[in-house]
Design a protein around this ligand. Sequence first.
Ligand code: FMN
Length: 336
Amino acid sequence: MRCLLASMDGMSSAAFRSLCFEYGADGATTEMIGAAGVARAKRRRAPVMEALLTRRPEEGELAAQLLGSDPEILARAAARLEALNRFDLIEINMGCPARVAIRSGNGAALLREPEKCGAILRAVCGAVSLPVRLKLRLGWDDAHITAPEIARMAEDAGARAVILHGRTKLQMYSGEVNLEAMRRVREAVSIPLYANGAVVRAGDAARFARAVGADGVCIGRAALKSPWIFDDIRRLERGEKVAQRDAAERVGALLRFAERLCAQKPERFAIQEMRKYSQWFLEGLTGADALFERVKAAQTLDEYRGLHECFLNGLARANDLYVHPERVHSAPLDTR
Ligand SMILES: Cc1cc2nc3c(=O)[nH]c(=O)nc-3n(C[C@H](O)[C@H](O)[C@H](O)COP(=O)(O)O)c2cc1C
């Protein structure tokens, strides 16, 4: 079963993706990229666009995700991305429920216009030789489940895979995924289908894929707290238990992540962004609350690193000082 990291705006940076690849993700997608911005001919790209288009050496199969609704602009943008020679796939976003996307007719707004979706998919598939993948939701609401029809159009247009978020636009990010409707999409296409939206723990992945009849899963939010979820899924597939990630491993992952994020954007912003990951990766560990308080004030990579190293040293000292009661009782008496 293949396990992909989902596209997450503001989160799935090259730095974060590289961590997920190190933990065994089979593929990942960039944050969404506005097609109009890519299609516009500019000799020099803005730093924000440059960051979105970054690919790190640790990364495996990487899709570039485009957001837009004009077939011609999307096709031109896809061709430009292909010309960068940096991505393995082009992914089209037909799922974003954010107001700003919907207002412009992008993302999930397209689910109300299957014919337009068909035109977009034909235009993009015709413009590139890279494989094209579609990321979509079930439909606008429960009364309008258009994903089976749109996925079928994608396959007919030449798309090579579909990532299906099992919720409607109206559900946004909560509520149960609709397995029955997901299975209808499965039946509508024979290209690979990745199920998305119901993996909270590693143990959910195989169950979810089986329930949908999917070829794999695509994981978003769960990876933000546990990028090692990809490795845990592999362990479960081999019949092993999920690994206990100790403080040293979690801090190691955070520091690699922080170094890479600092290479991608100004240090101060990168470190501000890392604060939430410290909380997510270290949640529940002894002494972590005190660390979170201090990390709030960190401005530089050195400060961030120093605080986490102190945290680890503190844990090590606490372990040295701690004498297990059994050891006290069984210790030989000093009779000298
Ligand atoms: C913060 C955030 C940003 C997201 N940005 C995107 C995006 O840019 N493109 C996209 O296709 N989906 C985006 N999504 C949706 C996720 O890719 C995924 O479909 C959704 O979170 C459900 O999967 P999950 O339950 O595994 O998180 C975003 C989700 C979150 C939480």
